[in-house]
Design a protein. Structure first.
Length: 425
């Protein structure tokens, strides 16, 4: 009894007639519309964000609001004290530099970080006869014969690459699967909540430019707030405390930028160290290359050239590409999704990758329902006597396929005598 309760529910099987109805209307959609990851797409798939894209609004406000306070209150004294339009130039540089920082933030957050396309089927074993772990064979209920890791040679050193069951591929070296975005990302560094995106091979240099530019912006505001305080002290012949009372915004910005620069400045210094040693944040915390040889380290100069001066890699995904979607596969995935929401079904059977396809599946349901209802219009045909049409319709409505289809959809279909066939759960 307990074993039956804990068994994962089987995906309902469609009969041949129902499958023919579904497959008769294949749909052509954009790749981003059926994307299995957790990303959010805008502008027709031209811009890709992470699932926590709203966090960048907080980041933007933490940058813009202090700059607005600086330009609105602190700049007044600077414009008066500095001659030959130098005060206006100081304020203009701050405003332009802020726009540049916001642009780097959006560029880091809105491009493909280096997502590796998923496979539709598991890969075949290599012809070299790779050994299969017995533990792996025993732990797989589906009888998969793919080993969990494989050995590849990088710069003369053996590196293990792992098999990703979600993306159904062996991850390339330095690749990892982000649990937040639900994608395998090439040269995965980390998932940054402040930019709402993974940091990988394609946007790492923009991330570094954003962090370092933010550090310089904080130092810029911090320095000129102190200049403003010193000008007030000199003009009014007062001490530091009275100068802060006369310009409280300057004091507030000094404290704010001092605290912030420790965070973004420390992050900049840490990533400069990672670049010099050719590491990622994930590798630094996971593998600790300082205690063993790093297979990717080519020396400081070559490391910097590889990370910052190499050719910008092209995306491996064309999110606006048109793809044909198999309606039957969407229908099966949607049925699995519906069954997984049943409280009697363990949550492990819930396939998170089908969540993005619900909207497409609803359209398929409506198309099927229209085709099923079209049989009811046989009564308006004059090619057969009315009593034969009624008999034909009644027989059609009581076929096992229709009963099964009604049960699968959880719908009710009217019988000729007014009764209803209810789906059995």
């Amino acid at each position: 009894m307990n074993e039956k309760m804990h068994q994962a529910p089987r995906t309902p099987q469609l009969s041949d007639s129902n499958r023919r109805i579904i497959d008769s209307n294949p749909q052509t959609l954009r790749l981003y519309q059926v994307w299995r990851g957790s990303n959010r797409f805008y502008c027709g798939g031209r811009i890709i964000f992470g699932p926590d894209v709203r966090s960048i609004f907080l980041t933007i406000s933490l940058i813009v609001i202090p700059v607005i306070l600086f330009c609105a209150f602190v700049s007044q004294t600077l414009i008066k004290e500095f001659q030959h339009q130098l005060g206006h130039l100081i304020v203009a540089i701050c405003a332009v530099f802020t726009v540049y920082v916001i642009f780097l933030l959006l560029l880091t957050s809105g491009i493909d970080p280096g997502i590796i396309p998923r496979n539709s089927n598991p890969p075949d074993l290599d012809d070299d006869g790779s050994a299969v772990s017995s533990d792996w064979m025993g732990s797989q209920g589906n009888g998969s014969n793919l080993p969990p890791t494989k050995d590849v040679i990088v710069n003369g050193m053996i590196v293990k690459v792992k098999y990703c069951q979600t993306c159904m591929l062996y991850r390339p070296p330095r690749c990892s699967h982000c649990s937040i975005c639900n994608n395998c990302v090439e040269r995965f560094d980390h998932h940054c909540p402040w930019v709402g995106q993974c940091i990988g091979k394609r946007n790492y240099r923009f991330f570094l430019m954003f962090v370092s530019s933010t550090t310089m912006l904080c130092l810029y505001v911090f320095a000129f707030c102190w200049v403003n305080i010193s000008k007030i002290m000199h003009s009014y012949k007062c001490n530091l405390w009275r100068a802060l009372v006369k310009s409280p915004v300057s004091g507030l910005l000094i404290v704010y930028t001092f605290v912030t620069v420790w965070f973004v400045g420390g992050l900049t210094a840490f990533h400069l160290y990672l670049i010099l040693t050719n590491q990622t944040t994930y590798e630094n915390f996971r593998y600790r290359y300082h205690s063993k040889m790093n297979p990717y380290n080519h020396g400081c100069m070559r490391n910097v050239l590889e990370v910052l001066c190499s050719k910008f890699p092209r995306s491996k995904n064309n999110f606006r590409e048109k793809v044909k979607v198999d309606s039957s596969s969407i229908f099966a995935n949607s049925l699995s999704l519906c069954h997984s929401t049943n409280p009697e079904v363990p949550k492990k059977s819930f396939d998170i990758e089908t969540g993005k396809r619900q909207a497409v599946a609803v359209e398929d349901f409506e198309d099927m329902q229209n085709q099923l209802d079209s049989v009811g219009r046989l009564e308006r045909c004059e090619t057969e006597p009315r009593h034969r049409i009624r008999e034909h319709k009644a027989d059609w409505e009581n076929t096992p396929d229709i009963r099964m289809l009604a049960a699968e959809f959880g719908m009710e279909h009217g019988l000729a005598d007014g009764q209803k066939i209810k789906g059995v759960h």
